[in-house]
Design a protein around this ligand. Structure first.
Ligand code: CO
Ligand code: ZN
Length: 333
């Protein structure tokens, strides 16, 4: 999966501008689904399988978009002022590089600081694209960019700017490839948009699909770094089955089913309780009259930084857990 992961994480697709990433997914899944379409918000939705008497209509979701920035002002010397798209934090920015959707690259600079201990606020930062005037600046107000950072393969550990959530996009593609021939389920693989700005793509996709069950795949934070947050989840300890995050309580029956499935198939797993943040599963759960929903997470260090780190074994265990889940009837009790 590593070359697919590299292609996905190096593509630029800030929220609402997921086109380049979607094209990679589209090429990758050609011929794998029974039917596919792109909806009004840009979600790529792939249907696979038929619903048997003991089967469910299941929505799986992994978001294609990533955090980024949008140009708000170009000054007379060609420096680009910007604001954020999604949860970008200022201390991850200075000295970093961005790539605009139109291909232009630039570096993030900042005004002189009073003290070396201070971090630039967004108001004090700008993007230098090598222009010398507003007229020759190749970036215009409203242009969007993602952070630029090459994929890094450390063996068991993989690092990239948009593991959140392209690593899960790769997982869904792999799960579609390995779709069990005996599955009793009708499964919608949703490669969603605009998650980082409020779960917007999954909101409309869930309404349209009207699923019996929803599972998102996304990254989750870990507590296994020096003086890290007090959190059980760690890299290399298996697929993380979400119990709770800042936006939802997973359906406890689905949590039990996923735990039992992992145990039956000897798939390493861990339980996730995340204090902040949420995933597409939140909006699947509360669409229409409500849907049993949960999330399988990939543990990830340094989320929303240009160097998000996951464990390759965890990634494969999430694929195994998803595939095992789809292979037979799902009983919620
Ligand atoms: Co995110
Ligand atoms: Zn995410």
């Amino acid at each position: 999966m590593k070359s697919l992961i590299q292609k996905l994480v190096e593509s630029i697709g800030p929220s609402g501008y997921e086109g380049a990433t979607r094209e990679i997914v589209r090429a990758e899944i050609a011929g794998l689904g029974d039917e596919q379409h792109i909806d009004a918000l840009g979600n790529l939705i792939v249907r696979k399988g038929h619903k048997a008497a003991n089967g469910l209509r299941i929505m799986l979701s992994a978001h294609m978009d990533e955090i980024g920035i949008i140009a708000t002002h170009i000054d007379e010397n060609g420096f680009v002022r910007f604001t954020t798209i999604g949860g970008v934090r200022p201390h991850t920015c200075f000295g970093g590089r961005v790539q605009f959707v139109n291909g232009v690259r630039g570096v993030i600079g900042g005004e002189r600081l009073e003290s070396q201990d201070k971090v630039h606020t967004f108001e004090q930062m700008y993007i230098d694209v090598g222009a010398s005037s507003r007229a020759d600046c190749p970036v215009k107000v409203g242009d969007m960019a993602g952070f630029e950072r090459p994929f890094l393969d450390l063996g068991n550990r993989l690092v990239a700017k948009s593991m959140d959530d392209r690593i899960s996009v790769a997982v869904l593609i792999e799960a579609l490839r390995q779709f069990p021939a005996n599955s009793p389920h009708e499964v919608y693989f949703v490669f969603s948009t605009q998650e980082e700005v409020g779960l917007r793509g999954a909101t409309t996709a869930a309404y349209a699909i009207d699923p019996d069950l929803g599972i998102s795949v996304d990254v989750t934070a870990t507590g296994d770094m020096p003086k890290g947050p007090k959190m059980e989840v760690g890299l290399g300890k298996g697929a993380a089955i979400k119990v709770r995050d800042g936006g939802m309580l997973s359906d406890p029956r689905l949590v039990r089913f996923l735990v039992n499935t992992a145990e039956q198939h000897n798939i390493p797993y861990q339980l996730e309780i995340l204090e902040g943040g949420t995933t597409d599963a939140r909006v699947i759960q509360i669409t229409r009259a409500g849907v049993p929903a949960g999330c399988i997470s990939i543990p990830c260090r340094y989320i929303h930084s240009p160097s998000e780190m996951v464990d390759y074994g965890d990634v494969q265990n999430v694929v195994r857990l998803l595939t095992a889940t789809l292979s037979g009837p799902i009983t919620l009790e």
